[in-house]
Design a protein around this ligand. Structure first.
Ligand SMILES: *Cc1c(COP(=O)(O)O)cnc(C)c1O
Length: 469
C-alpha cells in the first residue's frame, strides 16, 4: 500500500469515540480527555507511518483495536497520580530524586489533622491576635540547639540566600576557596552570593586556607565571614582549614558576624552509632557562630525546609526582610517539621522513630536477617531466577557524609531469559516503581532502604516482569 493510502485508512476521532469499549471508558473518564488522547494516538501513528520505508509501508496495516487499546491505556494513565510512592532499592538513604528524607510514621496523623482542618498556623491562641507561623518551631529549635532564635524558610538554599541578602547585600563576604561548594540542582555558593548581591572574597587555596588569609582579607566593607560545610566532598591529604572557634574569635575581635552553612543539620552525635563524625548543629552554636543554616530534609529527617538559627539581632533583621515573605513555608512543611523536632526531645527514641536515622544506623545483623527474608521470598517467585545475597555498601546520599560506606547486604538477581537492563526497566515501570541498580549484569537490591512491608511488592513486580518468558 502506498503512503497516501495508508494515511487515508487512519480512523477519524469520531470513528474511535463510537467504539463500544471507548463508550465504556467514557462512563469513567471525561470526554475531553479521551478526545485529546485519541487525537494524540492517531497523530503519533501518522508520524510513525510517515517515517516508514517503502518496504515497511507495503506490509503495514492499520490496526484499529490496537489504536483503541492505546487510547484506553493513555486515558487511564492520565487519571492516575504521577507523584506516587516508589520502592527505593538503591541503598542511597537520602536520595534527592526519590524525595530525600522519609517522614516518620509516628507523625502521620498530625500532618493530616493540621492540613485537613483549620489550624493555629498564624493565631496566638492566648490573645486571639495574629501570631507568627514560625513560633511553632522556634522554642523547640532553641531548646534542642541552644540557639537564641530561629527562622524557617523553604530550603537551605533559601536560608543562605536570605542570610546573605540581609547581612551582606552590596558588601563583602569572605569564603575559603576550599569551601566554594556546588550541591546538586545548581546550588553553588558563588551563584547564591551573586543573587544576594553580596561580593564574594575568595581566600586561601583549594587545599589550604590559613587564619591569616581571613584576617588579611578583612576590610571596612566586610559584612561576614562565611564557613561552608563541605558536606558532599572531602579534601584530603595536604590540607588545612581554620577551626570554627578561631574563626569565631576573629569575628568577635573585628565585630564581623560568622555565618555557617552546615548543610545536613545533624542534631545528635552520630559516632555513638558507628557513623563517621559529622559536625552537629549544637557544636556550632557552642562555638559561638552567629548564624547557622541547614536543611530540614537531610539528616534531620523532616520536610523540605531551610532552618536558620543563631543570634536574635540577625534573625530579627531577617524577619523584616521582604524576601522572607517570598520564601515562606507552608503549613504542611511546618507541621512535619514541628512533629519531627518533637521526636528529638528523646534522642534515643529519635534514632528509631526517624526513618533517615533508623536506616543509616541499622546494624549489619539486622540487615542480614532482613536480606535472608527477602531472599527466601524471591526464591519462591520463580525457579528461573538466580538469586544471591552479597556484601556491599550503602550510601547516606543527599550530599551528606560522602565518604561514609555503610556495610550492607544486597540481593543480586539474574534471569536467563531477560537482560538486566530490561528487568531494571520493567521493575521501574511497575505499578509501584521499584528503583534498582545494575552491577555486573545483575539487578541489585540493597535491603537497607527497603521496608519489610515492600518485600511482597518487590516479589509481585518481579513475577510480573518475568512472566512472559
Ligand atoms: C544541601 C546543602 C545545601 C542546599 O540545601 P537545600 O535544602 O537542598 O536547599 C546548601 N549548602 C550545603 C552545605 C548543603 O549540604
Amino acid at each position: 500500500m502506498d503512503r497516501i493510502n495508508i494515511l487515508s485508512t487512519l480512523p477519524s476521532t469520531d470513528e474511535i469515540l463510537y467504539r463500544e469499549d471507548i463508550k465504556e471508558l467514557l462512563k469513567e473518564i471525561p470526554r475531553n480527555l479521551v478526545v485529546r488522547e485519541t487525537r494524540k494516538v492517531v497523530s503519533d501513528l501518522r508520524g510513525e507511518i510517515l517515517k516508514m520505508s517503502e518496504a515497511e509501508k507495503s506490509n503495514y496495516q492499520i490496526d484499529i483495536d490496537q489504536i483503541v487499546n492505546e487510547v484506553i491505556n493513555r486515558s487511564v494513565k492520565f487519571t492516575e497520580m504521577n507523584l506516587k510512592r516508589v520502592v527505593n532499592a538503591t541503598g542511597v538513604v537520602l536520595h534527592t530524586n526519590l524525595g530525600r528524607a522519609l517522614i516518620s510514621e509516628e507523625i502521620k496523623e498530625k500532618i493530616w489533622e493540621v492540613s485537613s482542618s483549620y489550624s493555629t498556623l498564624e493565631i496566638d491562641i492566648a490573645t486571639g491576635k495574629r501570631g507568627s507561623r514560625y513560633d511553632h518551631v522556634v522554642e523547640l529549635l532553641k531548646f534542642i540547639t541552644d540557639a537564641e532564635d530561629a527562622l524557617v524558610v523553604n530550603n537551605n538554599a533559601a536560608a543562605v540566600l536570605l542570610t546573605l541578602d540581609t547581612i551582606a547585600k552590596n558588601r563583602e563576604v569572605i569564603v575559603s576557596r576550599g569551601e566554594l561548594v556546588e550541591i546538586g540542582g545548581a546550588f553553588r555558593i558563588p551563584d547564591v552570593m551573586e543573587q544576594s548581591n553580596a561580593r564574594l572574597v575568595e581566600i586561601g587555596t583549594t587545599n589550604k586556607t590559613h587564619f591569616k588569609d581571613y584576617a588579611n582579607a578583612i576590610t571596612e566593607n566586610t559584612a561576614a565571614l562565611l564557613k561552608v560545610h563541605t558536606s558532599n566532598y572531602k579534601i584530603v591529604g595536604f590540607t588545612e582549614e581554620v577551626a570554627l572557634n578561631e574563626l569565631v574569635k576573629l569575628g568577635k575581635d573585628t565585630n564581623i558576624p560568622v555565618i555557617e552553612d552546615l548543610g545536613s543539620g545533624v542534631l545528635l552525635d552520630l559516632t555513638k552509632y558507628g557513623i563517621t563524625y559529622e559536625p552537629t548543629v549544637q557544636e556550632s552554636i557552642k562555638a559561638g557562630v552567629d548564624i547557622i543554616t541547614f536543611s530540614g530534609d537531610k539528616l534531620l529527617g523532616a520536610s523540605q525546609a531551610g532552618i536558620i538559627i543563631g543570634k536574635k539581632c540577625y534573625i530579627d533583621k531577617m524577619k523584616k526582610n521582604p524576601l522572607t515573605r517570598a520564601l515562606r513555608v507552608d503549613k504542611l512543611t511546618l507541621v512535619a517539621l514541628e512533629a519531627t523536632l518533637r521526636l528529638y526531645l528523646n534522642i534515643d527514641d529519635a534514632v528509631f522513630k526517624i526513618p533517615t536515622l533508623r536506616m543509616i544506623t541499622e546494624d549489619i545483623k539486622s540487615i542480614t536477617m532482613r536480606s535472608e527474608m527477602l531472599y527466601n521470598m524471591l526464591k519462591k517467585v520463580s525457579g528461573k531466577l538466580t538469586v544471591s545475597i552479597n556484601d556491599d555498601y550503602s550510601q547516606v546520599g543527599g550530599g551528606s557524609l560522602p565518604l561514609e560506606k555503610l556495610p550492607t547486604k544486597v540481593i543480586a538477581i539474574t534471569n536467563s531469559s531477560i537482560t538486566a537492563s530490561k528487568l531494571e526497566a520493567r521493575l521501574r515501570g511497575f505499578r509501584i516503581p521499584i528503583i534498582t541498580r545494575i552491577q555486573d549484569g545483575k539487578i541489585i537490591l540493597d535491603v537497607r532502604t527497603i521496608d519489610e512491608k515492600d518485600y511482597k511488592v518487590i516479589c509481585e513486580a518481579i513475577r510480573s516482569a518475568i512472566k512472559e518468558f
